[in-house]
Design a protein around this ligand. Structure first.
Ligand code: PBG
Length: 333
């Protein structure tokens, strides 16, 4: 922190002069939210219906592939550069070995192909993890009741190659297994995919704020918790080590998740590493704002914009948020 000692004392110095009207406040604003800061996560399902509401995420629907293409086109027209894709699969497809995750013709692979064909200039970010594909809802393979790190990494590599072949631009491993960034990067290089980008969920915490997401992807009852792989919310230094490891293994960009409860982590990561750092305003954060608005405790748009600006202030290069499309519309207005 630098502090400028040249401050005129009152009454020469009156900080309120710079707050007296919108135009001067705008002129001196230190941070600004731009539509290009936004990444929009959407959910795609394998059902016949075009859309299916997600109870815990008001205003967010699971979409058919055709509907996802439509939304991608609208998002791009609003100036959104990247959408993030998450699957909701029929229960019958979810297995202990998560084999649907590596299907070269899986739901998200098909979605990537369809969107790339229709909206070639939108970036596609895909989640690399097994939780939508396992019957138990964990991000990794359970062997004798424990998450098996290295067997999981082998699956994540295959999943990464399948999605890259389908047209994904950015792989976003959200699984928190050790060594996965290096393994994925090595496999990409070997397969000639030198341009595929990796945004690692590097500092991802075991959080109570993921509840509505699990509803969205259809995880019914997660056995146990994710604390053996996701980070303990008590820790900061560990986040810096995780980020350092992922950068050294070949991540191009990193992510901190959740968002608002971890702004300190966003700030420390951006200050320390100076690499593009993204923050995920997760489902529980979204749901909390919606609930407060419903109760009449908060103005929707002001509340949303304030949280997004907070991420920018903390140094984030961009934000994954379910509000992205709405905010893009607000920014255009
Ligand atoms: C897991 C994953 C999660 C989210 C994105 N990828 C949840 C989890 O780790 O349980 C959370 C997104 C959100 O809550 O909005 N692969």
């Amino acid at each position: 922190m630098t502090f400028n000692p040249i401050l005129a004392p009152y009454p020469a110095g009156r900080p309120r002069r710079l707050r007296q009207s919108p135009w001067i406040r705008d002129l001196v604003a230190e941070n600004r939210l731009h539509v290009s800061d936004l990444i929009w996560p959407i959910f795609v399902h394998d059902q016949d219906k075009a859309r299916d509401a997600i109870g815990s995420l008001q205003g967010v629907d699971r979409l058919s592939i055709a509907e996802a293409v439509k939304e991608a086109r609208e998002a791009k027209a609003l100036g959104i550069n990247v959408i993030a894709l998450f699957p909701h699969l029929n229960e019958k497809i979810r297995t202990a070995d998560a084999k649907a995750a590596i299907d070269p013709d899986g739901l998200i692979v098909q979605t990537c192909r369809a969107i790339k064909a229709a909206v070639p200039d939108i970036g596609l970010l895909v989640d690399i993890a097994l939780d939508p594909y396992t019957d138990h809802g964990h991000d990794g393979l359970l062997i004798n009741g424990k998450i098996h790190n290295d067997a999981t990494v082998e699956m994540l590599v295959q999943q990464s190659l399948a999605l890259t072949n389908g047209g994904a631009d950015i792989l976003a491993p959200s699984d928190m297994m050790d060594g996965r960034i290096g393994a994925i990067r090595t496999a990409l290089e070997a397969a000639g995919h030198q341009d595929t980008m990796i945004m690692s969920y590097a500092a991802k915490y075991a959080s109570a704020f993921y509840g509505p997401y699990r509803d969205a992807i259809g995880v019914k009852a997660l056995k146990g918790d994710k604390k053996t792989y996701q980070m303990d919310s008590a820790n900061t230094e560990e986040a810096l080590r995780e980020v350092a490891i992922d950068i050294s293994e070949g991540a191009d960009m990193v992510m901190v998740k959740p968002g608002l409860p971890y702004l300190d982590i966003v700030q420390r990561v951006t200050d320390t590493f100076k690499v593009p750092t993204f923050v995920y305003q997760v489902s529980g954060e979204y749901a909390m704002i919606k609930a407060a608005v419903e109760k009449g405790y908060m103005d929707h748009d002001r509340g949303v914009m304030e949280t997004l600006l907070a991420f920018k202030r903390a140094g984030a290069s961009g934000i994954l948020t379910y509000f992205a499309k709405h905010v893009a519309e607000l920014l255009k207005a």
